[in-house]
Design a protein around this ligand. Structure first.
Ligand code: ADP
Length: 423
């Protein structure tokens, strides 16, 4: 499956998942609303019965309009305007709720309309045996004011309703798990696809890199087979030099790949000894001059570090700076100007390698230290490489307990900052 098809399939799958999740949320909400309505209706009926019972008991007429007023989802008031004993009220409320199958804790308060004060309040947990005994205990004062109403609040109503929707909760959790697994699968499929593309690019690069020197070697040996070549010793030297150079190029490429393989298998042999870091950098600078001269470039060395002796592997640290310089030269469209600056403090040495090259866009910066990663360079695609240099650099620096970071601005340049600790 190519990337485009995979993307379309992924987008369609995501849309379907969003659709299913939206439906689930919608039905969940609907089921909740229904349960809420059911609850409110039952409570309204129960409270109306309690109100009517009290009024009838007091010999008062029951008004035509409803006694119950629902002020919020879980708070109700009942207008009484008559005598009421709070204990009896509690008893009546619990009995009525029990009858209606509502096993829910509630708070109730008795209010005086004139003073707007609560004259009695209680939190009732659903424990009927205890309550029945309490009712027997005796009489509490009866408020004989004509202006009373009582309020009932169900603090745990939402939790109870949700508790009653177990099947919905279960299906929502299952749905969530399905979405999570789907997300993970999608992530792994894309990651796998990305890795296979990277490896394909690497194989293409390697084939290309090996084919060119091999063709040159083939052509030069063909020419050397011709006896007439030996009439001119300069030509023989020329062709053998070409062969030699191409073989060296191939050798160094194979070596760099083998080095990475060694890093990956953690087989790399490091020889730690106290060395002069400035000498390493100078050596790498000298080595990169072959690449620099044809581009009329320049390297400025600004060694400010006062302490520059480090316990390190001389060869690999030199390679690190050679790789950074090689990149600074390779990835510049004009004459490269490279500044190398060192500074030291109590902890270690900081080395800045700054170039005026093509720079790297922000979105690639995080990935350039990954194995095989190459920035898709568009029209600069003729720049050779395997995407292994910075991976090697980072690994070697980390083995030395150091760190590397990069800042870059497209078309302005790139700065690599390396820190190597003294111990
Ligand atoms: P390679 O150079 O072989 O492609 P590297 O691992 O050395 O692999 O670098 C990874 C990528 O980072 C390169 O493909 C290049 O796009 C980018 N890069 C590295 N150094 C620089 C630099 N100094 N300026 C611009 N781009 C760079």
């Amino acid at each position: 499956m190519n990337t485009r098809t995979l993307r379309v399939v992924a987008i369609l799958a995501i849309i379907s998942i969003i659709g299913i999740v939206t439906m689930q949320v919608f039905w969940f909400q609907k089921a909740f609303d229904l349960k809420e309505k059911e609850f409110s209706q039952t409570i309204n009926i129960a409270l109306q019965s309690v109100g009517e019972y009290i009024l009838t008991g007091n010999g008062q007429p029951v008004p035509l309009e409803p006694l119950v007023n629902q002020l919020s989802g879980n708070y109700y008031t009942v207008q009484l305007n008559g005598h009421v004993n709070p204990r009896s009220l509690e008893f009546l409320l619990t009995k009525e709720f029990q009858k209606k199958n509502i096993h829910e804790d509630f708070e109730f308060g008795l209010y005086n309309c004139e003073s707007k004060k609560m004259v009695y309040g209680n939190y009732v947990t659903f424990d009927s045996t205890q309550r029945d005994n309490e009712i027997e205990k005796g009489e509490l004062p009866v408020w004989k004011n004509d202006n009373f109403y009582f309020g009932v609040l169900f603090p745990n109503r939402d939790a109870t309703i949700i508790g009653q929707m177990k099947i919905w909760l279960f299906s929502s959790v299952v749905m969530l798990l399905v979405c999570l697994f789907f997300g993970f699968t999608l992530f792994f499929v894309f990651r796998q696809k990305q890795l296979s593309e990277i490896q394909k690019d690497f194989i293409n690069n390697i084939t290309h890199e090996f084919k060119t020197p091999l063709s040159t070697i083939v052509v030069s040996t063909e020419l050397l087979k011709n006896p007439r070549v030996y009439e001119s010793p300069e030509n023989v030297t020329k062709y053998t030099t070409i062969i030699q150079e191409e073989i060296n190029r191939l050798k160094s490429q194979v070596e760099s790949i083998l080095q990475i393989a060694a890093i990956d298998k953690e087989k790399i042999q490091l020889k730690f000894e106290v060395c002069n870091l400035h000498d390493c950098i100078s050596k790498a600078t000298e080595g990169s001059k072959i690449l620099l001269h044809p581009r009329s470039g320049h390297i400025n060395l600004n060694f400010h570090a006062e302490r520059f002796d480090l316990k390190m592997d001389n060869l690999h640290i030199t390679n690190v700076f050679y790789n950074l310089l090689e990149n600074s030269i390779k990835y510049s469209s004009e004459s490269p100007v490279i500044n190398i600056e060192t500074e030291s403090d109590k902890k270690g040495i900081t080395i800045r390698v700054e170039d005026n090259g093509i720079g790297i866009k922000q979105q690639h910066l995080r990935k350039i230290f990954d194995r095989f990663y190459r920035v898709p360079t568009g029209n600069l695609h003729n720049v050779k490489g395997f995407g292994l240099g910075l991976y090697y650099v980072k690994n070697i620096i980390e083995v030395h307990k150091g760190r590397i970071s990069v800042q870059s601005e497209p078309n302005k340049g790139t700065v690599f900052t390396v820190f190597l600790p003294f111990s």
